[in-house]
Write a protein that binds this ligand. Structure first.
Ligand code: NAP
Length: 295
């Protein structure tokens, strides 16, 4: 099986590296070419367009930032779709909204190839270790065909249902993650303002049923003031936006999601977008310090 990989950012570069290490021949494309060039394996071949990658591959994996990026990569003149043909598979691992995944599935079916939405739970370290969890939407036979790839890049995959259902579960996951992180940070700030130091708050809440277990993983970043990106804040804000949009499409009010999404939007506007999403802590902390009464 020949694999195409498009989108070699924080996640894609590590997922592609694991496929290369497993011995697959990989055809890759990244908009910023230097990232493709730095994937230095003998069995990795860089191509100049998504269409050329698709033309060479049996399964094309995309790991891109937003639905707009996926659409551009798919539909541009030398886009992915131009290189696809009957029997091939497009596996989109980007976090997008379910209605968008369904559109891409319909497009794929109209051209005659197969589509899976297969976003992932897990961040930079699980991507590196091949321990992601794939949330998959699509036809059972196509999921089965891709089983070896899921097993190399991940520790588990869940076939959630038809196309769009993988993306649906991913947004459920990230909505909870965003609200949990935000809640934890507000608690931390209240504790600190009352004179309890950060370390003590972490010690007490770490491993307790009250704090999300993600806090264990993120503690070091917050304590050492290291906000280098594992999961960029701008993509969490995007996911909250996609969850809100999906709720709107389904006439479902999500008051907390919409509010917290806007707080992450403020942090992004303040220049925190490319930092890890834990940077919501210094953002709020600074905001509290700088807030004073308007005259
Ligand atoms: P990233 O490092 O910012 O990488 C984004 C990738 O998308 C890059 O390869 C970028 O190309 C490409 N891209 C963006 N716009 C494009 C366009 N218009 N045309 C072509 N390529 C474009 O992001 P990431 O953290 O790897 O995340 C990728 C996806 O996985 C996102 O949907 C994110 O929500 C999801 N995700 C991330 C994590 C995480 O912890 N990081 C975890 C789970 C899921 P350039 O290099 O040229 O910019």
């Amino acid at each position: 099986m020949k694999i195409g990989f498009i989108g070699l950012g924080i996640m894609g570069s590590r997922m592609a590296a694991n496929l290369a290490k497993a011995g697959y021949t990989l055809f890759v494309y990244n908009r910023t070419n230097s990232k493709a060039e730095s994937l230095a394996f003998d069995n990795v071949i860089t191509k100049n367009s998504p269409g050329l990658v698709a033309g060479e591959s049996d399964v094309v994996i995309t790991m891109l930032s937003t639905p707009d990026a996926v659409q551009e990569v798919a539909l541009a003149e030398e886009g992915l779709v131009s290189g696809m043909s009957k029997g091939k598979v497009w596996m989109d691992c980007s976090t997008v909204n379910p209605s968008f995944s369904k559109q891409m599935a319909e497009l794929s079916e109209s051209v005659g190839f197969n589509f899976l939405d297969a976003p992932v739970a897990g961040s930079l370290v699980p991507a590196e270790k091949g321990e992601l969890v794939f949330l998959v939407g699509g036809k059972k036979g196509v999921v089965k065909y891709c089983d070896p790839l899921f097993k190399i890049m991940g520790k588990k995959y869940i076939h959630v249902g038809e196309n769009g259902m993988g993306s649906a579960l991913k947004l459920v996951n990230n909505l909870i993650m965003g609200i949990s992180m935000y809640g934890f940070v507000e608690g931390l700030l209240l504790g600190e303002s009352l004179g309890i130091n950060k370390e003590k708050i972490f010690d007490i809440l770490d491993g307790s049923p009250i704090a999300p277990s993600m806090i264990q993983m993120k503690r070091e970043k917050i304590e050492s003031n290291d906000y280098s990106p594992e999961f960029p804040l701008q993509w969490l804000q995007k996911d909250l936006h996609l969850a809100a949009e999906t709720a709107y499409e389904n006439n479902l009010p999500l008051p907390a999601t919409n509010t917290i999404k806007e707080i992450f939007a403020l942090a992004k506007k303040a220049g925190m977008g490319e930092k890890d999403f834990t940077a919501i802590y210094p953002f709020l902390s600074e905001l509290n310090k700088s807030t004073h009464e308007l005259q």
